[in-house]
Design a protein around this ligand. Structure first.
Ligand code: SF4
Length: 269
């Protein structure tokens, strides 16, 4: 779909405001987003201090609220009594029981355990048991994204999200910021559509809009858009008066993402 002059004018106003919010979040780190991946301090510390827990946490970030997802690795470790990758890889039945025991750690009690076991095996076989080796300092963001995508259970959306979190929250120095992107996530999509940054709800249109809005580092917009979507730009009754984009957004509130409701299933911290 071609972009009308008014669309371009809208996007021209919104883009700097969204970039400014993204820069502010990046400068402030996790403290700007509440300081936590989860509501549980111990689970939060686990995700932040153990790279393997972060990678396994990425596997959880699908179909359930973000806080519950990021708490998954800690709760798994608590139920198993360890977080030993070799034992996880060798004891799939134990992992399956730990995930499925009530209350289940995830909706996907059949698929998630297999992903966890496979990821543990892959980390041992290809990365010496160190998830940090998946995202070495100085690595290229596209290479890291591809490595993440090679793990069963991590698709494009999760991989892009994880790479952005590594850079923004954990300070991992990756090359190629201009090649970063936004995840094709329900919150990001809604904000891009309603703010006029994007006119179509396709992965290509959303990512192209991010590149137009912030050519030097499109990924900067990822967390900013996600937070706006979650805090203010809700599917029903968006709080435009409170929104960070409220002064510049054309407020196309009739636009929404097809096929999903108000579930908090996206996965940023
Ligand atoms: S909440 Fe309102 S002002 Fe904010 S992005 Fe959504 S439509 Fe725009």
């Amino acid at each position: 779909m071609s972009r009308r002059p008014s669309d371009r004018a809208e996007a021209a106003s919104v883009a700097p405001a969204l970039r400014a919010y993204g820069d502010e979040l990046a400068a402030g780190g996790a403290a700007q987003v509440g300081g936590a991946f989860t509501d549980d301090a111990a689970a939060d510390a686990f995700i932040k201090s153990v790279p393997e827990a972060f990678l396994i946490g990425v596997l959880f970030t699908q179909g359930i609220p973000a806080e519950r997802a990021w708490a998954g690795p800690y709760r798994l470790a608590t139920r198993l009594g360890h977080f030993d990758l070799a034992r996880i890889a060798a004891e799939p039945e134990s992992v399956a029981r730990a995930v499925a025991a009530p209350p289940a750690l995830h909706r996907f009690v059949r698929t998630l355990p297999g992903w966890i076991v496979a990821a543990s095996r892959r980390l041992i076989d290809e990365y010496g048991g160190s998830a940090a080796s998946v995202w070495p300092t100085g690595g290229h963001v596209l290479e890291v994204t591809e490595r993440l995508r090679a793990f069963p259970g991590i698709g494009e959306k999760k991989a892009v999200m994880a790479a952005e979190i590594l850079v923004r929250h954990f300070g991992v120095a990756l090359e190629g910021a201009e090649c970063g992107s936004v995840a094709y996530d329900v919150q990001v999509r809604r904000v891009f559509l309603r703010s006029g940054l994007a006119e179509e709800d396709t992965p290509e249109a959303i990512r192209e809009a991010a590149r137009r809005a912030c050519p030097e580092a499109p990924g900067t917009l990822d967390l900013a858009a996600w937070l706006i979507g979650r805090r203010w730009c809700r599917p029903r009754r968006p709080e435009c008066g409170e929104c960070r984009l409220g002064d510049v957004c054309p407020r196309h509130v009739d636009r929404d993402v097809a096929g999903v409701g108000a579930r908090r299933t996206a996965s940023r911290p």
